[in-house]
Design a binder for this molecule. Sequence first.
Ligand SMILES: Cc1cc2nc3c(=O)[nH]c(=O)nc-3n(C[C@H](O)[C@H](O)[C@H](O)COP(=O)(O)OP(=O)(O)OC[C@H]3O[C@@H](n4cnc5c(N)ncnc54)[C@H](O)[C@@H]3O)c2cc1C
Ligand SMILES: NC(=O)c1ccc[n+]([C@@H]2O[C@H](COP(=O)([O-])OP(=O)(O)OC[C@H]3O[C@@H](n4cnc5c(N)ncnc54)[C@H](OP(=O)(O)O)[C@@H]3O)[C@@H](O)[C@H]2O)c1
Ligand code: HEM
Length: 506
Amino acid sequence: MLDKELKNLTDELAQKTKQVGKCELRVICVAISDVTDIILRFTDKMAGVGENAHKRDTICILGTGDFGRSLGIRLLKSGHPVVFGSRDPKNAALLPSGAQVFSHADALKTSKIVFLAVHREHYDFIPALSDLLDGKVLVDVSNNLRMKQYPESNAQYLSQLVPKANVVKGFNTVSAWALQSGSLDASSQVFVCGDDNQSKQLVMDVARSIGLTPLDQGSLLAAEELENYPLQLFPMWRLPLTIAAGLTVLFFIYCVVIDVIHPWAKENKDVSYRLAISIPNRIFPNVSLILLSLVYLPGVIAAFIQLYRGTKYKRFPNWLDRWMLCRKQLGLVALAYAFLHVLYTFIIPTRYSVRWRWMNSMIEESKKNKTMQLSKVLSWRVDLYFALGMLGFALYVLLGITSLPSVSNAVNWREFRFVQSKLGYVTLLLCTTHAAVFGWDRFLQSKWYRWGLPQAYMWGLIIPCTVLVLKLILIIPCVDKMLTKIRRGWESKLENKMYGNKSLCI
Ligand SMILES: Cc1cc2nc3c(=O)[nH]c(=O)nc-3n(C[C@H](O)[C@H](O)[C@H](O)COP(=O)(O)OP(=O)(O)OC[C@H]3O[C@@H](n4cnc5c(N)ncnc54)[C@H](O)[C@@H]3O)c2cc1C
Ligand SMILES: NC(=O)c1ccc[n+]([C@@H]2O[C@H](COP(=O)([O-])OP(=O)(O)OC[C@H]3O[C@@H](n4cnc5c(N)ncnc54)[C@H](OP(=O)(O)O)[C@@H]3O)[C@@H](O)[C@H]2O)c1
Ligand code: HEM
């Protein structure tokens, strides 16, 4: 049977190809199009694809606003026939060509899948269409203006209005603009939830057919969460950015006091130009180092909590959970600050004030006819802290690179943990040593305590050193052995009695 069909197609192809050789331009174009069609049908036959393979489901969209139109354009491009349902079907000038537009009732008759692209405030026309929606898949794409605007989610409300329809929540996290322009890189995931699995599958198939990635989020109870999703503004970044901003302000005030106001008050020296580069180049590295140590501090605290409790089957306090969840963002903000420090450092030799100081010291030397001896200790110190800084920065960048989804997807869990956890601690160690070698013995010399205040780097070293010391305690063999035992499920006898009901913490 298939052989016969293939032979017919081959004959047809041979005939059309002959025509292309003989006829005038217009006929040639038609013939080429026929040949292309035959080739397509031929390849489909060879691949075992049926005649109806290119036919897609008709989709009905109620509402011809921004979202409805954009979705319609996208569906039409991917081969779905689209029928719009509108209050005013005659006013269809802006609709994409190829789409049909009817009244709500007539449009509903054309399709099993209906997208409701109307704001929740206007759902009151829906109950009148209840019979036409019986057994149909009704997709709620709506969003609200703020969280907890209504007592129930929009999708649950819709399901109460038309109990006979199978309501599915989805597509609300994709913007009309992204649908229309096709730039879905950042938002190609479509979260879908609903009580009827078959309906959910149909909606997920539609999402796939227009190049989106559907993710099943469970029953319609999840709709509230999906509706809240687009209302959140960088939820995981808020805490890291707040900490970074707070530390920046604190260090700024502190450095201005000891590096600008102190020389002005004590020696009547105006060094306010330091505000542009010197002060930021104190703030950035210190904040970066503290943020980096805050990435590793919760892990250490968690380990001590587990050791103290003698079990891993108990939840960590909420604040620790929250902290652990934003470590990636904390790390990336820390990397951004380190990057700024490196940029600011490399322009130091080109600064006018620095060049002036160098020239002045040369003139002083020649006036005195005396060459300053090379200090081996100072050379070692400077080379050492530069080397440590550069190595630390290289590993820092490596941590940043592995956090890119394309890279983290290419390594396995163990490799990822090795870079993020083990090399992360090495990064922290290198950067902390870099800052400590930079400071050297300044903490012993009273001249560095202006108005009795220690230098900024001394504050910057407190948390990193604490984290490193705590980690050192955790890797002592007997402590490490106990922690490993606990993480493999062992519980102390006391814990067995106290926490009979296990609740997994990580
Ligand atoms: C530039 C940069 C980029 C970053 N990018 C990312 C990123 O993309 N993704 C990311 O997640 N983090 C990222 N981070 C943050 C950080 O590197 C990781 O979270 C790192 O895994 C933390 O290591 P850790 O050893 O402190 O914690 P973890 O290895 O997560 O361990 C923390 C604690 O969890 C507990 N624990 C660990 N294993 C178990 C177990 N098997 N059973 C029970 N309890 C256990 C222990 O109490 C442990 O102390 C980034 C950091 C930086 C600086
Ligand atoms: N815009 C986005 O980027 C986006 C993204 C995700 C989700 N959404 C959601 O998609 C839905 C539509 O948003 P939109 O931006 O397209 O809004 P819109 O531009 O205001 O369009 C809404 C459409 O609803 C219809 N409508 C208005 N009042 C009505 C009423 N009283 N009764 C019945 N129908 C009425 C109108 O279509 P007719 O004139 O044809 O009847 C109107 O064009 C909303 O729920 C929104 O939350 C939008
Ligand atoms: C290419 C890499 C790096 C180079 C070349 C470098 C260089 C320097 C230099 C020259 C200074 C002294 C600045 C001054 O005189 O005011 C300094 C200070 C410092 N650096 Fe780096 N650094 C590098 C990376 C890092 C990294 C990754 C960190 C970690 C976050 C870091 C943390 C610090 C700290 C905390 C100080 C002390 C700042 C102060 O209080 O004055 N550095 N670094």
